[in-house]
Design a protein around this ligand. Structure first.
Ligand code: GRF
Length: 204
């Protein structure tokens, strides 16, 4: 399966997907890295690994989200993409785009959803005093950071943690979790019923 990783910034999760997909047995190929920002650092990372990159500047479209998405879709079509992996992609997508990629678009979010959707998850987890925090890979549905959950990884919140130390602990898990979840989807092991995802061969 030809996968596009969609990024807006650093791209460390995208890099983790590239590293995993380099293994011959991995069931997906990262065939494109697409950014909505020309200054995304991840573009250079991808290019250095020989992966095709593209930029569709969301800013150029202003409030015309459908226009931005049509431009993205044209690029995705050109590269014959079958799955989208959002990896720090900071744009909210329209219902139409989400429907078009239903069951074929995943996202990684730095919290144990449904806790802490949205931004600043690590600061909010610290403020809430939770003892467990983590990350979630989910299929993308119309609501932001909603959609059937494919995988989660938990980390402890430790005394003395600040946003940076907690974020780093979660990020290490993101880099492990995202390649695994993408592989399940690409291998056709994910089924959704009643808004809940089941992964064939994974207990739980
Ligand atoms: C990650 O924490 C991801 O979960 C969130 O944004 C961050 C992106 O980091 N959606 P990177 O660009 O993958 O390094």
């Amino acid at each position: 399966t030809r996968v596009a990783a969609l990024i807006s910034g650093r791209g460390s999760n995208m890099a983790a997907l590239l590293a995993a997909a380099a293994a011959p047995a991995y069931p997906a190929e990262i065939a494109l890295v697409l950014s909505n920002r020309a200054d995304a650092a991840g573009l250079a990372t991808a290019a250095a690994r020989g992966v095709p990159t593209a930029v569709v500047e969301s800013r150029a479209f202003g409030r015309d989200r459908a226009g931005f998405e049509a431009a993205m879709q044209a690029v995705l079509d050109r590269h014959d993409i079958g799955i989208l992996a959002l990896a720090g992609f900071m744009r909210v997508l329209t219902e139409g785009f989400v429907a078009r990629w239903d069951g074929r678009m995943i996202n990684i979010h730095p919290s144990l959803l449904p806790a802490f959707p949205g931004l600043d998850t690590h600061a909010r987890a610290l403020a809430a005093g939770v003892r467990l925090h983590g990350c979630t890979v989910h299929l993308v549905s119309a609501g932001v950071d909603e959609g059937p959950i494919l995988a989660q990884a938990a980390v402890p919140v430790l005394p003395g943690d600040d946003e940076a130390t907690l974020a780093a602990r979660v990020l290490a898990e993101e880099h492990r979790l995202y390649p695994a979840a993408l592989a399940w989807l690409a291998a056709g092991r994910v089924a959704v019923a009643g808004g809940v995802a089941r992964v064939d061969g994974v207990v739980g």
